[in-house]
Design a protein around this ligand. Structure first.
Ligand code: HEC
Length: 190
């Protein structure tokens, strides 16, 4: 999910908000949803640092150009309904060594996560892209297990994603504001 080229792609219309969103607003969406945290002040040193880093990575990429690998690569829709029971077994044998049997992830000695939680109180919230079945399955198929991507077929990825996306995770208080003009994806959780 590279940052390369984003400086030339934003501002961009975003169906989720029904508005043209700036790169700052898009960054804050990640803080509020994927990290279940608070937005950064728009003119803060941290926000400017992130924008400067993305701009540096985007140097030389033509404005508006889609970079290979941007976003989460899609998967074709599942051929049969995903099976969370099979997904739970696969999770236990392939994923839990890193993400933990309870999906809680792992922290290093400095207290920072080295392996992100996939559900529970410290997880991304219900409004994150990763809480949606298709996005989660596509990410898992192409990127997990870490260092061994390509191990899972599409059915495995859908089954595992149908298991962990259905586990409890923080709510998003502003979720009623999403998709005000339509365009809600079929796998949205609310
Ligand atoms: C070798 C350890 C390891 C294994 C095994 C592993 N993961 Fe991961 N996983 C990671 C790490 C580390 C990250 C964070 C990657 C990053 O930030 O670039 C991650 C990230 C993720 C994310 C994104 C989380 C977020 O907050 O966006 C998901 C979803 C995920 N893994 C699911 C799985 C699933 C499902 C499996 C089993 C098929 C699996 N992982 C196996 C180490 C692992």
């Amino acid at each position: 999910m590279p940052y390369v080229g984003l400086t030339g792609i934003f501002p961009k219309y975003w169906a989720r908000t029904g508005t043209v969103v700036s790169l700052q607003e898009r960054v804050n969406d990640c803080f509020m949803r994927s990290l279940n945290g608070k937005p950064l002040p728009m003119d803060s040193a941290e926000m400017n640092g992130i924008l400067a880093y993305i701009a540096w990575l985007s140097w030389g990429t033509p404005t508006g150009m889609e970079v290979e690998g941007r976003g989460v690569r899609k998967l074709p829709p599942p051929e049969t309904p995903p099976d969370p029971v099979r997904g739970k077994e696969l999770f236990a044998s392939i994923c839990s060594a890193c993400h933990g049997p309870d999906g809680a992830g792992q922290k290093g000695g400095d207290g920072f996560y080295t392996i992100p939680p996939l559900w529970g109180g410290a997880s991304f919230n219900i409004a994150a892209g990763m809480a949606r079945l298709n996005t989660a399955a596509a990410f898992v198929k192409h990127n997990m297990p870490l260092g061994r991507s390509g191990l899972l077929d599409d059915r495995d990825a859908y089954d595992i994603a149908s298991y962990f996306t259905a586990q409890p995770r923080p709510d998003f208080p502003l979720k009623h504001l999403d998709w005000p003009k339509g365009g809600k994806p079929a796998d949205a959780r609310y």
